[in-house]
Design a protein around this ligand. Sequence first.
Ligand SMILES: C[S@@+](CC[C@H](N)C(=O)[O-])C[C@H]1O[C@@H](n2cnc3c(N)ncnc32)[C@H](O)[C@@H]1O
Length: 405
Amino acid sequence: MTAIIESPSSSSDTVDTYGYSPQYPDTPFTEFDAVNPSMDLESLNLNWRERDLPERIRTKHVHRLHPYLGKFVPQLVEIFLRKFEPSTVCDPFCGSGTTLVEAATLGVNAIGCDISEFNTLMTRVKANQYDLELLEFEVQDALNRVLSSPTLALRERKEALYSGYLTSWFAPSALDSLLAYRSSIDDYKYSDVLKVILSRAARSARRTTHFDLDFPKRPQTESYQCYKHSRICKPTEDAAQFIKRYSNDTLRRIREFAAIRKNVALSIITDDARTVQFPRHDLVITSPPYVGLIDYHEQHKYAYELLGLQWKANKEIGPAARGLSLRARTEYVDNIVESFKNVKASLSRNGRMVVIVNDKLGLYDEIRERVGLRLEGRLERHVNRRTGRRAGNFFESVFIWARED
Ligand SMILES: C[S@@+](CC[C@H](N)C(=O)[O-])C[C@H]1O[C@@H](n2cnc3c(N)ncnc32)[C@H](O)[C@@H]1O
C-alpha cells in the first residue's frame, strides 16, 4: 500500500479533522470494474481522498437510504467480490447492508446477519427487489394521507403519552405527523420501506442540535448557537416536511438501484452471529463491531421506540457502553472468536474471510489464530474523510484470511 507523504499532526487523532485531505505520492485506485481474480490487491493504493471517491459515489443509490454510523465503503466490498468471485458471500455483521447491496449489483447471492432488528430492516429495504409501480403508489398514498390529515386518533395520542421518550424528543406537532404516518403503515405491502422513511424522518425531526445527530444526549428545546451553520438555530417542530422529502428520496434511490440490481438470492437474518446457523457460503466480507466504539441499538433508539422493535443491546459485541477495560477487551476477543468460528463452520473448504477493521489495539492476530485461519494478505488504508463531526483521522486494516484445513 502506498506511503502517505504528508502525515497528519499527532493531535489530529483527537481533534475533528473533517475535510482534511492529505497528499499521496500517486493517485489512488478507482478503476473498480477492472478488478479481476489475477489482480494483486496489495499493490493498490486505496487511500482515497474526497476528490478520488466523493461522498456522492460512496453513498450512491440505496447506500444512503438511512444514516448509519459505522458503514464501510461499498467500493471496498466491490473490489473483493470482483477479486474472489464467490457464488455466495456472507456478512455476519451486516449492519446497514453494504455487502448485500454490492453483492446484488454484481450478481452474487448473499447472506446477512445482524443482532439489531433495525439494521436488518434497513438491509432488507435496501437490497430487496420491488414492483416499482406498486411501491411508488404506496409511498405516495401514505404520504398523501399524512399530509391531508396530520392529526391523530385519540388512541394513538394516548399511547404516545406512555412513552416518555417520544414526548420528550419530539415537538407535539412533529409527533402527531409521525404517529399518523405510523398508523397507516400496516395497510401496505411494502410496509418495511415506509418504516425506513418514518424512521429517517423521525431522526431529522428530533429535538436535537444540527451538529449532534448521531448521539444527542438530551432533547434540545431552546434555540442554540449552531456550529454547523454558524448561526442561531431552532429545533424543528415539523416532521411532515421530512416525511415528504424522504419519500421522494427513497423512491429515487430504490429506482436507481433497481436498474442495476441482478436477480440474486438473499438471506437476511436477525440473530446473534455467535450462535445462528449460517447457510453455506464461499466468501465472508465483514466489518465486525470494535471494542468500546459504538452502541448500535442506541444510535437508532428513535426507530426502536416508534416501530416497537426488539431491543437486544445486551447481545451486542463490544458496545461503547462497556468501555475499553481489560475485561471488556478479553470478552470482546472471545466473542469475535466465537462468531468467526461459527461463520467458518458454513464456509466452503477453499473459502476466505475478508475482515475490515481499525485494529488499533492489535487484537486480530490472536483472533485469527484462535479461529484457525491462515493470513493470506493484509492491506492498510488511510481513512481520510468521514461523514459527521467525529474525531476523524484513522487507519483501517483489511485482513484476508484463508481456511487452512
Ligand atoms: C461495523 S458494523 C457493520 C457495518 C456494515 N459493514 C455496514 O457497512 O453497514 C457492526 C455490526 O455488528 C452488529 N453486531 C454487534 N453484535 C452482534 C452480534 N452479537 N451478532 C450479530 N451482529 C452483531 C452491530 O449491530 C453492527 O450493525
